[in-house]
Design a binder for this molecule. Structure first.
Ligand code: ZN
Length: 157
């Protein structure tokens, strides 16, 4: 069996979600028009223009050139904010019951989100669920076994 449950913080998707949450909490996301947002940044005075299909940040433009259309942190913060919050909460869930409660809590708010965010949130949910299920199974396995009275060789003491 492959037990590789350690941490989910190493990939870039995780970083984008965490950065998106920080942008939201710092109040850097502004609605400009229907479906168009401005996300302020220290790098660039005017901020980035963000829509569902694009962002003028370097991360998005470089990846798009390479055929990767995954949302950048600005799209997560502006358009996928609900999904970003959901994912951040899922990662903190300590039990399967807590995970399911979080899923239910967000279910309605998620219905109107673009599919790309919902799909990633669903995969994060499954990943966390598997990790917690492994974790809970492991706890059952390592419960102390009943002690025998003790034997030495074949002779009972
Ligand atoms: Zn961007």
């Amino acid at each position: 069996m492959n037990i590789s449950y350690t941490s989910t913080t190493a990939n870039s998707k995780t970083d984008r979600i965490e950065k998106a949450i920080a942008l939201i909490e710092q109040g850097k996301v502004y609605s400009q028009a229907e479906g168009i947002f401005r996300v302020l940044t220290e790098r660039f005075a005017g901020g980035y223009t963000v829509t569902l299909t694009g962002c003028d940040c370097a991360d998005f433009e470089q990846r798009q050139g390479a055929g990767d259309n995954a949302p950048c942190k600005h799209q997560w913060a502006a358009i996928g904010a609900t999904a970003a919050r959901l994912i951040a909460d899922l990662r903190k869930a300590a039990t399967l019951a807590a995970l399911e409660a979080i899923g239910k809590q967000y279910a309605e708010a998620m219905t109107n989100l673009p599919e790309v965010f919902k799909g990633i949130a669903r995969s994060e949910y499954r990943k966390r669920k598997d990790a917690l299920a492994n974790d809970e199974a492991l706890q059952i396995l390592i419960k102390p076994q009943p002690k025998s009275n003790g034997t030495y060789g074949a002779i009972e003491i």
